[in-house]
Design a protein around this ligand. Structure first.
Ligand code: SF4
Length: 380
C-alpha cells in the first residue's frame, strides 16, 4: 500500500468530472491518474467482475478502476451515499471485488457532507495529508467554481450545435473553449476566461440562428446523462441532426444537489414544485428530478423528451412508470431508453429517428402543413 503522501489517486470517468479533478489535484499537488477512456473493453472487464444484476454504472466504473490500477493508480477514490439507491454501496462492493482480484490498493470513500461536514473535510485531508484543511477546502471550492464554468460551456455546446453550418464546428470550438479556461488559477482569472470561452463558442462558429430546429430535453439517471460512452453520445447525434438539446443534470449539479442546480437550472424546491403533481417525494437517485425536468421542458415549449436509464435502476424505474401519464397529460412525445451491457447503438438510433420524424410531423400538423417537413430536417 502506498504511503499517504505518495498516493496516486484515481476516480472513474464521468463527463466533465475529469476536468474538475485534473484542476483540483494539481492545486493540491496530489498525483492523479485519469482512467483510460471508457471503451467496450472497459465495460467487458467491469461486467466480468460485477454481480450480474448490479446497475450499469457500477460495472462501467469498476472497469475504469481496474484499468486505472493497471496503469499505476494505487488509491481509488469513490463517492459514497446514503440515499435509497444502490449508489451508496458501490464503493464497498468495488473495494471487495478489487481485493478478491488481488489488487493491493487503498480506498477513500467521500461520503456526502450531510453525513457530517467534519468527516467530509477529513476525507480530503486523506488525499492531501501535506496540506491544511483550510487550504484544501479553499482550493476545492475554487475548482468547483471552475467546474461550473466547464459545465456552462458544455451546455452552450448542446444548444449551439443544432445551428452550426459546418458539422463538427461547435465540437471543435468546445475543445478550444475548454483549453481557454484550463490555465485559469485565481477566481478572477476563472471568471474572466470563462467569459472569453463562452464568447468563443458563440463567435468562432458559423451558425444560422434562424434555422428551424427541434428542442429535446434529456432526463434520467445522472451517470447515463453525464457519460457519453454509455449513452452512445446521443446529444451529439441529435445535435448534428438539427436538434437543440438540453440536459437535466450537469456534473456540478450532481456534485452539489443540495445547492441550487446552477447549470441545469433547478433548485431542490423547484424540483418539488414541478414534480409534485406526479411524484411528491424523493425516490432516491434522480427519479423525482426526471419528472420535474420533464414538466419544466413542456412549460418551456420543448418538442420531446428522451429519458435515459440503466436496466434495473430503481429510481428511474419508478419515474418510468409515471412518465406515460405525464406525457399523456401534457401532450409531449417521450422516449425511454433503457441501457445495459447488451444494448446496441443501432437500436437506439432507430428509435430516435422515429421520434424525430414524429416530432417534425407534430410541428407540421400544428402549423397546418400535414406534409411539411423543413428542408434539412434529420439530415443536417
Ligand atoms: S440511480 Fe439507479 S443506476 Fe444509478 S446507482 Fe442508483 S440504482 Fe444504480
Amino acid at each position: 500500500m502506498a504511503k499517504p503522501s505518495e498516493r496516486v489517486i484515481t476516480i472513474p470517468r464521468m463527463g466533465t468530472l475529469q476536468l474538475m479533478l485534473e484542476d483540483m489535484f494539481a492545486r493540491l499537488d496530489v498525483k492523479y491518474i485519469m482512467p483510460p477512456p471508457s471503451t467496450a473493453k472497459t465495460l467487458e472487464v467491469g461486467v466480468r467482475h460485477s454481480p450480474e444484476f448490479s446497475c450499469l454504472p457500477l460495472k462501467v466504473t469498476l472497469g475504469n478502476f481496474i484499468e486505472a490500477i493497471e496503469a499505476g493508480a494505487d488509491t481509488c477514490l469513490m463517492a459514497g451515499g446514503c440515499g435509497p439507491c444502490r449508489f451508496g454501496y458501490y464503493a464497498q462492493v468495488q473495494k471487495e471485488i478489487t481485493k478478491d482480484l488481488g489488487y493491493d490498493v487503498d480506498w477513500i470513500v467521500l461520503e456526502p457532507p450531510k453525513k457530517g461536514f467534519i468527516s467530509f473535510l477529513r476525507t480530503f485531508k486523506k488525499m492531501a495529508p501535506h496540506r491544511s484543511i483550510r487550504y484544501i477546502w479553499r482550493q476545492v471550492l475554487i475548482s468547483f467554481e471552475k467546474a461550473r464554468h466547464y459545465d456552462s460551456i458544455e451546455k452552450r455546446l448542446l444548444h449551439n450545435r443544432a445551428y452550426e453550418l459546418e458539422v463538427g464546428a461547435s465540437e471543435k470550438a468546445y475543445t478550444e473553449a475548454i483549453d481557454i479556461l484550463r490555465p485559469a488559477v485565481s477566481k478572477e482569472e476563472i471568471a474572466e476566461l470563462a467569459e472569453v470561452a463562452l464568447k468563443h463558442m458563440d463567435e468562432s462558429v458559423a451558425m444560422d440562428k434562424t434555422k428551424d430546429v427541434l428542442k429535446v430535453g434529456i432526463v434520467g439517471e445522472f451517470f447515463m446523462l453525464l457519460e457519453p460512452v454509455v449513452n452512445f453520445d446521443i446529444e451529439k447525434w441529435l445535435g448534428e441532426r438539427g436538434v437543440m438539446v438540453d440536459r437535466a443534470v450537469y456534473t456540478t449539479d450532481w456534485i452539489a444537489p443540495s445547492l441550487a442546480n446552477q447549470v441545469g437550472g433547478l433548485s431542490k424546491e423547484e424540483v418539488s414544485k414541478y414534480a409534485d403533481k406526479y411524484l411528491s417525494h424523493t425516490v432516491g437517485g434522480d427519479g423525482q428530478q426526471t419528472i420535474a425536468h420533464t414538466v419544466l421542458y413542456v412549460e418551456e415549449g420543448f418538442d420531446g423528451i428522451v429519458h435515459l436509464m440503466p436496466f434495473t435502476c430503481m429510481p428511474e424505474t419508478i419515474a418510468k412508470s409515471i412518465l406515460p401519464k405525464v406525457s399523456k397529460d401534457l401532450d409531449i412525445p417521450l422516449l425511454t431508453l433503457v441501457v445495459d451491457e447488451q444494448t446496441g447503438k443501432a437500436g437506439f438510433i432507430t428509435r430516435l429517428e422515429a421520434m424525430l420524424d414524429m416530432m417534425w410531423a407534430r410541428r407540421a400538423a400544428k402549423a397546418g402543413h400535414d406534409d411539411w417537413i423543413p428542408a434539412g430536417a434529420g439530415t443536417h
